[in-house]
Design a protein around this ligand. Sequence first.
Ligand code: HEM
Length: 375
Amino acid sequence: SNRYPFHGAHQAGIVTPSQDRLHFAAFDMSSTATRADLISLLSDWTAAAARLTQGSTIGDGAVDGELLAPPDDTGEALGLPPSGLTITFGFGPTLFRDAAGTDRFGIAARTPPLLRELPHFRGDLLVAAASGGDLCVQACADDPQVAVHAIRNLSRIAFGRAALRWSQLGFGRTSSTSTAQTTPRNLFGFKDGTANIKAEETAAVDDDVWVSASDGPAWLAGGSYLVARKIRMVIENWDHTQLGEQQRVIGRDKGEGAPLSGGTEFTEPDFHARRADGSTKIDAQSHVRLAHPDFNKGTRLLRRGYNFVDGNDELGRLNAGLFFISFQRSPEQFIRVQHNLADDAMNEYIKHVGSAIFAVPPGARAGQSIGATLF
Ligand code: HEM
């Protein structure tokens, strides 16, 4: 079972090889919380995350404490290995200034200038119950029980200071973030993550994922920006779509994941390649073309999303899709690509229903709290 260090220059859970399972949670600070509450919450969360990620229980554990008190740890991860657990924290725009414009925690002056609510995108059908949040916690692990245990115990620690606003379970990573990983598949059945930024591409990670000291604000150096988008797939329509049309929509073949211009999975797409009838082999409206750096002024993202199925609706249709997560040095990277996807042929089969953005502070050094550089 993998075990990743919690402390470091960057938070884990970004370039860490993407684990199989996700529990993502957005929290709101309670209406009575003070600056001291926020600082103590981050300190308590840091201490708990440092233990959980190493496979330890919280505090006195689940069964070793006093019989007359509720246990410090809820216990469902007892006996389970660390399972590659990473816990990644982020700060939403409303933490710095709430909807009414109030500087609740005395940090408004330190707001990253680029940390703003995302603009409206064509086709957005966002619901408040899956959007926004003052804080986020991304828990990824190879065992769902380990990821859920982490979010559950962090929620419990937050009691009185912050409460869950929404959360999302994910299974089946839809990206690879290391060249050592095979490319998994999303619920459309296509390989997803082929052209992703991989941890081994250290120059790209520095250029496109980490906020540098010169970007500002200084407290965010070594951090990143996290965008989360809950994307429903209209599974029934997709499942009635011909294979050839599915491949046209994506711009890659379904078996190998090779670009329709030819080659194998990792061959670069050739957007100029034409068929005998003169049409381009990769459709102008295909997802891969519209998302490709060549059509986005060189922009790249580190994608780290997961499949989800939240049961089904009353008509027997799966409530399923892709919980998209990307990390980038600037929110402008996501915004540019998402605007360019306005004409994506895939839009007929998807609906963006949730959206959130967070500034991800740098990693904590031993003895330091997450967010220590902010205060
Ligand atoms: C590539 C699926 C949403 C950005 C791909 C690929 C697939 C795919 C199959 C090709 C394999 C690969 O390189 O990973 C999907 C599905 C989505 C979705 C099913 C929604 C349900 C998004 C969103 C964005 C995005 C919202 C960003 C705004 C990208 C990028 C690439 C890509 C940047 C790589 C393009 C390249 O460099 O070739 N996606 N995607 N995708 N997608 Fe998506």
